[in-house]
Ligand binder design. Structure first.
Ligand code: APR
Length: 308
């Protein structure tokens, strides 16, 4: 049986664990610094398995020894946003958490693939990559899968069509400057530019960009977790089942799209080895400058984080 460990047994971590277990993708280990929470959630989830009929083990722990030999380590440890906060406001506090977590992963799971969720995700993925020294194909941030799911949800609401027929594409960093691509977003192969007015599309893009903040504003005490948890499970499935899915993820760019030394969301091929290819789609000048503008924000974030 394959093994996925999740660092941080909070809202996103526990939700991801449940989706992964329900799909029987792997045995799951939940790890947290708080004693009792991962053990309690792990046991509670195991007790759901006879009813939901999933045949994998879910275990909670505070000890990194338990994550040894994981195929994938998902990192959700750290603070979530509160109303009025930008994801970048979490950077310094969460960077300390990611430093600790990354050192432990490098020591106990040197062959694992890391999926980073903790925000600001593009900067935290870079940070984990630096600290672990893992090859770039094994360090991946979750951004585009979630943002694309939000875009697809809003398109389906607007057009009153099944979410199953929507194939969305959102690139860029996981923040207000993300880059939804209407030309590459289709409903059963039909670009949404043929189905919706420019004005309507702009509204859906704006709602997608602010999609995380919309949930934070409603919840007030934390941020989204169902869709982020589902997005984790989709990425885990693509990797463990070697599906070679093309999904937008935050990955290390080394000149692709004329961007370098940064993690940012672009379409990639996800398979058993992690990031197996980076797809360079043709972007017009507006789309490319929007992507480069988004990248610059995270370049500045990284410069700020590593400032002496
Ligand atoms: N090691 C392990 N776990 C930690 C550490 C650490 N050093 N520091 C904090 N944690 C744990 C907390 O104890 C908590 O259980 O991380 C968990 C975070 O859970 P929540 O507060 O519920 O936050 P959540 O909504 O899950 O969001 C986690 O994902 O989407 C992002 O922006 C979000 O950065 C946030 C992260």
């Amino acid at each position: 049986m394959k093994k996925v460990s999740i660092i941080g047994a909070g809202n996103v971590g526990a939700t991801a664990a449940l989706f992964i277990a329900q799909k029987e993708l792997a045995d799951v280990v939940l790890l947290d610094i708080v004693e009792g929470i991962p053990q309690g959630k792990g046991l509670d989830m195991s007790e759901a398995s006879p009813i939901q009929r999933f045949d994998v083990k879910v275990k909670g722990t505070n000890d990194y020894a338990a994550i040894a030999d994981s195929n994938i380590v998902v990192v959700t440890a750290g603070m979530a946003r509160k109303p009025g906060m930008d994801r970048l406001d979490l950077m310094h506090k969460n960077a300390k958490v990611i430093e600790d977590v990354s050192r432990n992963i490098a020591e106990t799971c040197p062959e694992a693939i890391i999926i980073m969720i903790t925000n600001p995700v593009d900067v935290m993925t870079y940070h984990a990559w630096k600290i672990t020294g893992f090859p770039k194909k094994r360090v991946i941030g979750q951004a585009g899968v979630l943002d694309s799911a939000r875009f697809a949800t809003f398109i389906s609401m607007e057009l009153d069509v099944s979410v199953e027929d929507i194939s969305p594409m959102v690139l860029g960093g996981h923040g207000d400057e993300m880059v939804p691509l209407p030309r590459y977003t289709t409903v059963s192969g039909i670009p949404i530019t043929e189905l919706l007015s420019q004005e309507k599309i702009e509204k859906l893009i704006e709602r997608t960009r602010k999609g995380g903040a919309e949930i934070v504003g409603l919840l007030k005490t934390g941020s989204a977790f169902y869709a982020p948890g589902a997005a984790v499970a989709q990425m885990v499935e693509a990797i463990l089942n070697d599906k070679k899915r093309i999904l937008p993820c935050s990955v290390y760019l080394d000149g692709e799209y004329n961007i370098d030394d940064i993690f940012i969301g672009v379409p990639v091929k996800l398979g058993y080895k992690g990031v197996e290819d980076i797809i360079q789609v043709n972007l017009n000048s507006d789309e490319l400058s929007a992507l480069q503008n988004s990248a610059q924000i995270y370049k500045n974030g990284i410069a700020n984080l590593y400032k002496k």
